[in-house]
Design a protein around this ligand. Structure first.
Ligand SMILES: [Zn+2]
Length: 376
């Protein structure tokens, strides 16, 4: 405690090196809050936002600035290991089931009371805090009586009411979807061609992880084209509506393939690692697979949402044409504008319904039937 305090006071004027956060895309506010926080850290930080927003990179940069003997130089061995996620005083807890259980929380409490293994502090990262509702009272206790050398970094997609007290005991940092223009610029800097960078950034919905995967996804352009072709391919018959709905769903399914191959590689790497350690099976394999399954489900929904936005865009392009055409004020012209507005609002309504986990097949079929009524 006294060593930590002495260090805090000696280096209170220093900010961690910006290089610690070089891998973070966007999130300037979060980076400056964490950098400032590293000078005189409190016992808990809560990062709130959907996954895919450089959480890992933020946590590791922050941990380096907390563990480094000089407050985050960015070049010493402690910084390097923290950034690589291999420093023993940077501990990411994994839950044993679909939610954080009371038992998980109890082992977390024991961990929090442990002395750091190497340095003057330890950083404990708790992912998926929004899944900790049952464990909240146990967690709260350790947050209220923390060991002075332990700093928590809690990650949550949202803060449900039963976690409000935990949130109030932490410094809350909001993570925001990365604006499309910023994602596109980042992709271009990685060597992605300009037009594709812009289209990928639009389809990424603010997520860095999604942008990264879409950028190297060979099927991306073809899927986008399929969604854009919907208005011309609907011929007013029920069969064209049904065919399109099933093609669109199949394309959302195909879209998961790069993520799946990424997941297979992850399991292979874990298996190799386990074998090298002499283990017969991968420890925690079930949890990894459950997480991958959730990621795939989310990915399919993101794909569907992105596709629907492309479709709305295709109708918007037609609306712009119709509104500026010479017969825009004729009754036929006005009818066409009204029909296109109706089509756009039908698509947007479906985008809004996605949060309620609808039956995707029925939802898309119904939408295609409704859009069939718009004659172009
Ligand atoms: Zn350092």
């Amino acid at each position: 405690m006294s060593a930590a305090r002495a260090l805090d006071e000696r280096d209170a004027h220093l900010l961690p090196s910006p290089s610690l956060f070089a891998q973070v895309v966007g999130q300037r506010d979060a980076v400056s809050q964490l950098s400032a926080g590293a000078r005189r850290p409190v016992h808990a930080y809560l990062l709130v936002g959907p996954p895919g927003l450089s959480q890992n990179e933020l946590v590791r940069g922050f941990a380096a600035s907390l563990l480094c003997p000089t407050g985050g130089c960015g070049s010493c061995e402690v910084c390097r290991r923290a950034l690589a996620g291999t420093h023993p005083d940077l501990v990411e807890v994994t839950r044993t089931g679909a939610s954080i259980t009371v038992d998980d929380a109890r082992s977390l409490v024991r961990l929090a009371q442990r002395r750091p293994l190497e340095g003057h502090r330890q950083v404990i990262v708790v992912p998926d805090l929004h899944l900790a509702r049952l464990a909240a009272p146990v967690l709260l206790k350790t947050l209220e009586e923390p060991a002075s050398s332990t700093i928590f970094v809690l990650l949550a997609e949202s803060v449900p009411a039963d976690l409000a007290t935990i949130a109030s005991r932490s410094i809350r940092i909001e993570l925001r979807p990365v604006p499309a223009a910023e994602l596109a610029a980042w992709l271009e800097a990685l060597g992605v061609e300009r037009d594709r960078a812009v289209q990928v950034a639009e389809a990424a919905g603010g997520s860095v992880d999604r942008a990264r995967l879409l950028a190297e996804d060979e099927g991306f352009a073809a899927r986008r084209e399929l969604w854009r072709s919907v208005p011309t391919r609907l011929d007013g018959t029920g069969s064209s509506a049904a065919t399109l709905a099933s093609e669109l769903l199949a394309s959302c399914e195909d879209a998961c393939e790069p993520l799946r191959s990424h997941h297979r590689a992850e399991i292979e790497a874990l298996t190799t690692q386990a074998e090298a350690m002499g283990a017969r099976s991968v420890p925690g394999r079930k949890q990894v697979e459950d997480r991958q399954h959730r990621e795939e489900r989310r990915w399919r929904m993101d794909e569907l949402r992105a596709g629907l936005r492309v479709l709305a865009g295709a109708y918007r392009d037609r609306l712009a044409q119709a509104a500026s055409s010479p017969d825009a004020s004729s009754s036929h012209g006005q009818e066409r504008v009204g029909a296109l507005l109706g089509a756009i609002s039908s698509v947007e309504q479906v985008v809004g319904e996605l949060v309620r986990n609808p039956n995707e097949t029925l939802m898309l079929e119904a939408l295609m039937v409704r859009l069939s009524a718009v004659t172009l």
